[in-house]
Ligand binder design. Structure first.
Ligand code: MD3
Ligand code: FE
Length: 216
């Protein structure tokens, strides 16, 4: 409690350790807001959001795009990281330096030095969109953490455990929050509850989430 109060007073990002290897850095992305928004616009101009299909044939409610050397894709043939955007047939947009810096600084703050992400998955939630409980295991290097950045409308993040049956704990993630997921938590089940409607001053009726990954 004292630490939280002190962080607020000192205007440092408040950190909440939520599991071994997992920490939420409240508001960590806010100072970079002016650079983040144009960088995102440029990515989306080159690789627009699209709602992909799962191997089971369901269309995801979350719309996605990527930047980096590889991007996460799903279609009827399965999940994979691919260097080519299947919609354009071209490489994904490069990861803008401001995003690389944000991911590296957050990872270091979470205890993971020298994080070098090669992929950034950009998720867009509109009201009602959700992400069911899953593990992120399409990467090859589980020693590297995943760094996530929440922008726009708040969401309820569901954080489970190593087994699908572990009861998830709910964490509210709001604009500017950054989280680092490494160590044992790297393979924990997680998801996002259906997005509640609302209006965000900068992002309108949506939530954007960036996840930085080292895939190989
Ligand atoms: C915990 N995204 O893209 S971010 C995903 O808000 C994903 O869009 C959610 O799950 C979102 O795969 C959650 C927080 C997050 C991301 C990856 C994790 C938490 C994680 C990987 C392992 C453990
Ligand atoms: Fe995930």
């Amino acid at each position: 409690m004292t630490a939280d109060l002190f962080d607020t007073v000192a205007d440092l990002p408040a950190r909440e350790a939520i599991a071994e290897g997992a920490v939420i850095l409240r508001g960590f992305a806010r100072p970079l807001e002016p650079e983040l928004i144009p960088a995102l616009r440029e990515i989306v101009a080159q690789a627009p959001f699209r709602r992909m299909f799962t191997p089971g044939g369901y269309q995801m409610s979350v719309a996605m795009t990527n930047c980096g050397t590889v991007g996460w894709v799903t279609d009827r043939s399965g999940y994979r990281y691919d260097g080519i955007d299947p919609e354009s047939g071209k490489p994904w947009p490069a990861m803008p330096p401001v995003l690389v810096r944000l991911a590296r600084e957050a990872a270091a703050e979470g205890g993971f030095d020298d994080f070098a992400p090669d992929a950034c998955l950009v998720n867009r939630y509109e009201p009602g969109a959700r992400l069911s409980l899953h593990q992120d295991k399409d990467e090859t290097d589980f020693a590297a953490p995943i760094v996530s950045v929440s922008l726009g409308l708040p969401a309820i993040f569901l954080f489970g455990g190593p087994k699908r049956s572990d009861k998830p704990v709910r964490h509210r993630l709001t604009h500017g929050d950054v989280a680092v997921w490494g160590g044992p938590s790297r393979l924990f089940f997680h998801g996002v509850a259906p997005l509640a409607d609302g209006e965000h001053a900068l992002f309108g009726r949506q939530r954007i989430n960036l996840t930085f990954r080292k895939t190989r």
